[in-house]
Design a protein around this ligand. Structure first.
Ligand code: ATP
Ligand code: MG
Length: 326
C-alpha cells in the first residue's frame, strides 16, 4: 500500500503506521500470533496503540467474521465486573432484575479484548484463570456450567510482573495471560516513525477540515521529532489535529511552544510545561531582540497568541525584561 510521502508500507494493515525496526518487529509478532488461538498480552505506555494492535490481531485471525467484544476492566465498578464478564441470572443479587449475558458469552467464536487487565480485582482472578484454562464458567447466581469458545487479547499499561511481585496480581494468571506477550515501544523509542505519523495525521485532518496543507517546515519537524511525547501516538495525534485547526496556508504551523523542546535540547532537568514554555519564549524573544512579530513567526503562532501567552506566563513585554536576559 502506497503511503503519503512515497513510503511503502510493508504490512497488511494500511492504517497502522510505523517503519522503525522496533515497530516492524511488533507487526511481525502480530502476523505470527493472529492466526492462532493463543492468548496475547499487550503491554505498553498510554497511547502506544494497544487497542489498535488488539483490533489487528482479531482482524487477521480466522475469528474475524465473528465479534470482537471489548471490556475495560478499569471502567467497571469492581463489584459489577464478575457479572459483566460472566453474566447473571435474574435475582442473582439486589438489582439483578433480569437475566444478563456476559462478555464471555457475547464473544463466543470471536475475540474478547480485556483492556486494563491489571485492574481486575484479585478475588476475581481465579475465576478468570478458570475460564482461560477450561473454557467454562457459571453465570452469577447459577450453577449451570456454560462452555465458551473465546480467544483472549488482554492489555495493560501496568507492569504486571511487578504487580505479581507486589502480590497485587496472581502469578498463575499472569503466566496464563502472557503465553504470547507483545510489548509496544513508546514513541520516543521509535523516533524515526514520528515524521510518518505526522504526515499521516496531517493528511487525515486536513482532508477532514477541508484544508490544503502540504508542507512541514524542517525546523518544526525537528522540534516535533525531538519532543518526548509522554502521551505517545494519542498525544501526537491530538497535537496535529490542533495544529491543522491553527494552520492557515499550505505550510503546517505547529504551536511548538507547547512542546518542552528547550529541555530536550539542552538536556537540563525537566521542569513544568509552563516553565519550559516561558523559557522558550524568552529565549526566542532574546534572539529577535525583543521584537514580537519575528518571534511569533519562529514559534509558528499568530502575534496575538504569543502576546497573550507571554502575558499569561508572566513575561514582561516591555523592553526591559527581554533586554535583561540578553
Ligand atoms: N501505529 C499506529 N498508526 C497510526 N495510528 C495509531 C497507531 N497506533 C495507535 N494509533 C492511534 O493512536 C491513538 C491511541 O491508540 P490506542 O487507543 O490503541 O492506544 P492505547 O495504548 O490503547 O492507549 P491507552 O493506554 O490510553 O488505552 C488512537 O487514536 C489510534 O488510532
Ligand atoms: Mg487503550
Amino acid at each position: 500500500v502506497g503511503k503519503p510521502g512515497g513510503i511503502e508500507m510493508p504490512n497488511n494493515l494500511p492504517n497502522i503506521i510505523g517503519c522503525s525496526a522496533a515497530f516492524q518487529d511488533v507487526l511481525r509478532q502480530v502476523n505470527l500470533v493472529a492466526p492462532t488461538d493463543a492468548t496475547v498480552l499487550i503491554q505498553g505506555e498510554t497511547g502506544t496503540g494497544k487497542e489498535v494492535i488488539a483490533g489487528a490481531i482479531h482482524g487477521l485471525s480466522p475469528r474475524c467474521s465473528s465479534r470482537l467484544v471489548k471490556l475495560n476492566c478499569a471502567a467497571i465498578p469492581s463489584g459489577l465486573l464478575e457479572s459483566e464478564l460472566f453474566g447473571h441470572e435474574r435475582g442473582a443479587f439486589t438489582g439483578a432484575l433480569s437475566q444478563r449475558i456476559g462478555r464471555f458469552e457475547l464473544a463466543d467464536k470471536g475475540t474478547l479484548f480485556l483492556d486494563e487487565i491489571g485492574d481486575i480485582p484479585v478475588e476475581l482472578q481465579p475465576k478468570l484463570l478458570r475460564v482461560l484454562q477450561e473454557q467454562e464458567f457459571e453465570r452469577v447466581g447459577s450453577n449451570r456450567t456454560v462452555r465458551t469458545n473465546v480467544r483472549i487479547v488482554a492489555a495493560t499499561n501496568h507492569n504486571l510482573a511487578r504487580m505479581v511481585a507486589a502480590g497485587k496480581f496472581r502469578a498463575d494468571l499472569f503466566y496464563r495471560l502472557s503465553i504470547f506477550p507483545i510489548s509496544l515501544p513508546s514513541l520516543r523509542d521509535r523516533r524515526e516513525d514520528i515524521p510518518l505519523l505526522i504526515r499521516h495525521f496531517m493528511n487525515e485532518y486536513a482532508e477532514r477540515m477541508n484544508k490544503r496543507i502540504d508542507t512541514i517546515p524542517q525546523s518544526a519537524m525537528d522540534a516535533m521529532q525531538r519532543y518526548s511525547w509522554p502521551g505517545n501516538i494519542r498525544e501526537l495525534q491530538n497535537f496535529i489535529a490542533r495544529t491543522v485547526i491553527l494552520t492557515s496556508g499550505p505550510a503546517l504551523q505547529p504551536p511548538l511552544w507547547e512542546l518542552q523542546q528547550v529541555d530536550c535540547k539542552t538536556g537540563s532537568k525537566p521542569t513544568s510545561l509552563q516553565e519550559a514554555q516561558r523559557s522558550h519564549i524568552l529565549r526566542t524573544l532574546e534572539e529577535t531582540k525583543g521584537r514580537l512579530a519575528p518571534a511569533a513567526k519562529i514559534l509558528g503562532v499568530p502575534r496575538t497568541t504569543l502576546y497573550y501567552k507571554a502575558r499569561r506566563l508572566g513575561i514582561d513585554l516591555s523592553r526591559s525584561e527581554v533586554a535583561a536576559i540578553a
